[in-house]
Ligand binder design. Structure first.
Ligand code: ZN
Ligand code: ZN
Length: 430
């Protein structure tokens, strides 16, 4: 695996992130669903490809001899102390020491000055100590012995290839068999009445979701049968394909589709068809907090689909939809209402009954109120989400109605009023 790549070739390695979780999907019964509230955009757990920094590419433009020269690193300390292992360390000690250090000092991860140099030192030490022949020469003659031998210093594998080869090994052997997969998040649409949204409500909802299969206990294998090595990938859990491009030969490592990267295939369980999960409906009691609105999302942890092979379950997102009220309109935490009063009431002032979310309430309209004035009924609005007792206001817009028709008596009185006004104006001018 750790062979030098000829100049002009590139190795691109990627794989999907693995979700290993210790949480046991069988034991997540919770009496009252814990709810956290999120308004607006939601961050779904991403299952995108691994970040760019795991992609190790070898620029075909860099001439071979330059690379070779760059790889000659002069390590000041001896190889054992570089890796922090004893003189009689086993191969697995050396491997795990290298793996730990290389991860910390990989220049894609560690941007500190000298990290790359350190990374190369580590790689050099690892390569020598892992090879029995090189190690024995090194033990007897030190670094000079290696220089004089047929395996000179220039023979070192590109440290980045060494690194990625080890990661391949991880996937192929240990990681692959336990490819735990997180369960998917679910969305449930919940319709609330206007008042339920304002004051909050407790609801029991029926959620259809994938649960661990009781027949195979989530393994997906038919009970009594044994898993066997996948023939497509030979148990590695991944397949390598090469493609020739103008930039060189690209090797692509992919998760094996025949075994989903587990390296094993099995006789599928009759009940779940090998998925390890079956669809079930579950009643979940949900506490909707006061102040939610259309578009609010409540997150109920671990109530989404069950994970696969011990992966963590997904979350349930409850999306709120509110039925509008015919008279009360909502503007965030305020309630908007328009009241109509007669022109006489506007002139003389009055008290009117106004509907609010708390029921009907008296609103005093001052004499001389102007059309379009907004009166504030303090703390008659919507409770602020997760803010205890704080509430918005009800804003009442006053609409003054001018009669289109008047009775004879009314006309007479208004005319009298008009005459009074004219006389006053006349007298005032004189
Ligand atoms: Zn099953
Ligand atoms: Zn396979």
């Amino acid at each position: 695996m750790a062979t030098a790549i000829p100049c002009g070739n590139a190795v691109v390695t990627w794989y999907r992130p693995r979700f290993m979780s210790s949480s046991n999907t069988k034991n997540f019964r919770i009496p009252q669903a814990r709810v956290s509230t999120e308004i607006g955009a939601l961050a779904f757990s991403s299952s995108s490809l691994f970040p760019q920094n795991m992609v190790n590419s070898w620029s075909p433009k860099t001439p071979c001899h330059r690379l070779a020269r760059r790889l000659i690193v002069k390590a000041a300390r001896d190889y054992y102390s570089i890796l922090g292992v004893s003189k009689n360390a086993s191969k697995s000690d050396i491997k795990s020491a290298y793996r730990k250090l290389a991860r910390n000092y990989h220049p894609d991860v560690n941007k500190e000055a000298g990290a790359e140099q350190k990374f190369k030192e580590i790689s050099e030490a690892y390569e020598v100590l892992l090879d029995d022949e090189k190690r024995s020469i090194y033990d007897r003659y030190g670094k000079d012995g290696l220089k004089g031998s047929t395996m000179g210093m220039g023979d070192f594998t590109n440290p980045f290839d060494l690194f990625s080869s080890l990661f391949d090994m991880d996937i192929g052997n240990r990681g692959a068999r336990n490819m735990a997969a997180e369960g998917e998040d679910l969305i449930y649409n919940l319709v609330l009445t206007f008042k339920e949204a304002v004051f909050g409500v407790e609801k029991e909802i029926d959620v259809s979701r994938l649960d661990n299969c009781p027949t195979c206990d989530g393994s997906g294998a038919k009970p009594g049968t044994k898993a066997y090595t996948c023939t497509t990938c030979g148990g590695k859990g991944q397949v390598v394909s090469s493609s020739r491009t103008p930039l060189g030969v690209f090797q692509q490592v992919r998760s094996c589709s025949a075994c989903s990267g587990t390296g094993e295939t099995f006789t599928p369980c009759n009940k779940c068809g090998g998925d390890g999960r079956v669809r079930k409906s579950k009643k979940i009691s949900l506490k909707v907090p006061a102040g939610v609105d259309s578009g609010s999302r409540l997150r109920v942890r671990s109530e989404g689909n069950a994970g696969k092979r011990g992966g963590a379950p997904g979350d349930l997102f409850v999306v709120i939809d509110v039925i509008p009220d015919p008279v009360l309109k909502r503007d965030d935490t305020n309630i908007l209402y328009t009241c109509k009063i007669s022109y006489v009431d506007a002139i003389l002032g009055t008290t009117v009954k106004v509907p609010t979310v708390d029921g009907s309430a008296d609103l005093k309209i001052p004499a001389g109120v102007q059309p379009g004035t907004t009166l504030v009924m303090a703390k008659k609005g919507v409770p602020l989400l997760n803010k205890g007792k704080l509430r918005g206001d009800q804003l009442v817009k006053v609409q003054v109605e001018i009669p289109r028709e008047l009775s004879d008596e009314e006309r007479k009185l208004v005319e009298e009023l008009a005459n009074l006004k004219k006389t006053k104006t006349f007298n005032g001018r004189r």
